[in-house]
Design a protein around this ligand. Structure first.
Ligand code: ZN
Length: 231
């Protein structure tokens, strides 16, 4: 079974469509949160994520944009959050708020645990790759969730850490990478009889088109600029 794993789409439809094309064939899509925020296509990205029947969890931007109450954001993220709140219909806000904090499921004999933050704080905690987060803590996620594959998002920094007991994966951000590589980030995961095989992938997308639309929408220009640098 081949899974497309995405996170932090952040209303970047151009990047999302590019990733879906680039991944080409997959049996299911898993989305570790933050469909909306920052970029100009929140409604279209919600529609696309639903169309591909992605299994999605709630991200902090999904929650705060739906509620229209940004807390602890920098000024640009706050402006984007309020912009997104106004852009969404009541139905779309309800869809976002209906997303679960975490999803646990099983495919091919592998238990999966998906959240945006961490198993300790599923929506809001940032789990950066080692050495920022000790490998022992990542390993504890596998033990606690009893999963063979734990999928996180939120930091926009991809990583894949393997242990005897399983794999902890952050596919990076589709819509706003922050590891100084502007290409859209995602993962393909092959599951076969209890085994997990992860491939982290990057793909160029039309950054200029997204940046132009960020500006045309009246979103802060810094949100357009950062896309070219991947931070
Ligand atoms: Zn995010």
């Amino acid at each position: 079974m081949r899974l497309l794993v995405i996170a932090d789409v952040h209303a970047n439809l151009v990047a999302l469509e590019t990733v879906l094309r680039h991944a080409s064939s997959f049996d299911a899509v898993l989305n570790a949160g933050d469909i909306v925020g920052y970029n100009p296509w929140p409604r279209e990205c919600i529609e696309k994520v639903r169309k591909v029947k992605a299994v999605s969890v709630l991200g902090n931007h999904d929650r705060d944009s739906a509620l229209g109450t940004p807390v602890g954001y920098n000024p640009y993220a706050e402006m984007a959050c309020l912009w997104t709140h106004r852009a969404l219909s009541e139905k779309e806000r309800r869809f976002l708020l209906g997303l679960p904090n975490r999803v646990e499921l099983e495919f091919e004999g592998v238990r999966l645990y998906i959240c945006h933050g961490s198993p300790d704080d599923p929506v809001d905690e940032y789990v950066f790759p080692p050495p920022f987060t000790p490998r022992s803590r990542l390993q504890s996620f596998l033990a606690r969730t009893k999963a063979g594959l734990v999928i996180l998002g939120h930091t926009h920094v991809p990583f894949c850490e393997e242990f005897e007991s399983g794999v902890v994966l952050n596919p990076g951000a589709v819509g706003q990478p922050r590891d100084h590589d502007p290409r859209a980030s995602y993962a393909l995961v092959e599951l076969e009889r209890g085994c997990v095989d992860v491939e982290l992938r990057r793909v160029d997308y039309d950054v200029e088109r997204t940046a132009r639309q960020v500006l045309a929408a009246g979103l802060p220009s810094v949100l357009a600029q950062r896309l070219f640098f991947g931070y």
